[in-house]
Design a protein around this ligand. Structure first.
Ligand code: SF4
Length: 361
């Protein structure tokens, strides 16, 4: 059994305070702007989180949602509880960042805030950039959360990405740029890269060059493209020290296997479910193509993590530290009680935290 296992679980929490045109929570898994999850979905979520906390090995969890996690008090209560379990290294929440100033306090009061990791995606039509950055800085500086600012590159948002990266660098925040996907691309079928990734629609080389110029990680961009195109003969750790749990509790090696309904490992909610992870670190991928989620493809052979403890995130990869004197250089110390995060210096920079009255709700 590996030292620690990473889990990506997508829960059925649905309420969101944003209305992004490109939201990937669509169809059966649509978010809602008016109602949170039905009681049945919440009960299922609680049981699945209990199951993760009961594992006889250390776990790091990306606790994802269909909506905005900070819009749901019951969701936050259970996330806080999970963060305080002794075998849990971190709990990563994927958020729009709008409610951090108001609601991180609940995680601090009820859980272990030092184990909370935040993947904070910028949605420029929904929140002003200064408020967004101020909220992220608040999470990093007030509570010591591991914070990553995430941008999604689409054909028409280059200027917003430039401003986002500049503001993140100035504020001393980690910055990540991912390719934006078309939410209506069908799962499980072979689709053209240009159909799945709008920025690649015209000339693919131009789209990739633009992503690199705007701050995408070169190695990960290559890996992303290779994993989408052709996985024949590729080895992967998914199913050994990482696995995926879907909304209904079904367990698969990764989300791509779930999309293909391939080799289901069972369901967490079934009586007597006995998770069997592969004892071999590297096994052949049988998906063929289409591995487009970073949580998944970071486990492909060919991406070898840096030495030292892995970051408390299923999306962040440590990069070479910036040269002294550049924005983001000069890391400050983290809180001592942050398991799994000690080796990851927080980029330092001027605080742009603003007054809490700037919250959107
Ligand atoms: S390469 Fe992607 S699709 Fe294949 S097993 Fe690994 S994570 Fe799954």
């Amino acid at each position: 059994m590996p030292d620690g296992v990473r889990i990506w679980y997508v829960s059925g929490q649905r309420l969101c305070n944003f209305r992004c045109a490109y939201c990937v929570s669509v169809n059966d898994y649509a978010k809602s702007n008016v109602a949170d999850w039905p009681a049945e979905d919440q009960a299922r979520f609680e049981r699945i989180v209990d199951w993760m906390a009961d594992r006889p090995f250390r776990v790091g969890v990306r606790l994802a949602t269909l909506g905005e996690p900070f819009a749901s008090r019951p969701f936050l209560a259970k996330a806080a509880w999970l963060s305080a379990r002794p075998n849990v290294d971190f709990v990563e929440l994927v958020t729009n960042g709008s409610l951090l100033k108001r609601r991180l306090e609940q995680l601090d009061r009820e859980g272990h805030i030092g184990k909370i990791s935040l993947w904070v995606t910028y949605h420029p039509t929904e929140i002003p950039l200064p408020r967004f950055i101020a909220n992220a800085v608040f999470a990093q500086e007030r509570y010591g959360c591991f914070v990553v600012i995430n941008g999604l590159l689409f054909p028409d948002n280059e200027q917003e990405i430039i401003e986002l990266k500049r503001a993140s660098d100035q504020a001393g925040l980690r910055f990540n740029l991912d390719l934006g996907y078309d939410p209506l691309t069908p799962h499980g079928v072979h689709t053209e890269l240009g159909a799945m990734v709008p920025v690649l629609r015209e000339r693919e080389e131009d789209g990739l060059a633009r992503a690199l110029r705007l701050g995408a990680h070169p190695e990960l961009l290559d890996l992303n493209m290779a994993a989408m195109r052709d996985l024949r003969g590729r080895l992967c750790r998914a199913g050994h020290d990482y696995f995926y749990i879907g909304v209904g509790g079904d367990v698969y090696r990764c989300s791509r296997y779930q999309a293909l309904d391939k080799d289901r490992l069972g369901n967490v909610l079934d009586d007597g479910f006995d998770l069997q992870l592969s004892s071999e670190p590297w096994t052949a991928c049988g998906a063929g193509f289409g591995c487009g989620n970073k949580e998944d493809f970071l486990h492909l052979r060919g991406h070898e993590p840096a030495e030292g403890p892995p970051p408390p995130s299923l999306g962040w990869v440590d990069r070479a530290p910036p040269a002294a004197g550049t924005p983001g250089a000069g890391p400050r110390a983290r809180r001592d009680d942050e398991p799994g995060t000690h080796a990851h210096a927080v980029p330092a920079g001027p605080s742009t935290a603003g007054p809490s009255t700037e919250e959107t709700r």
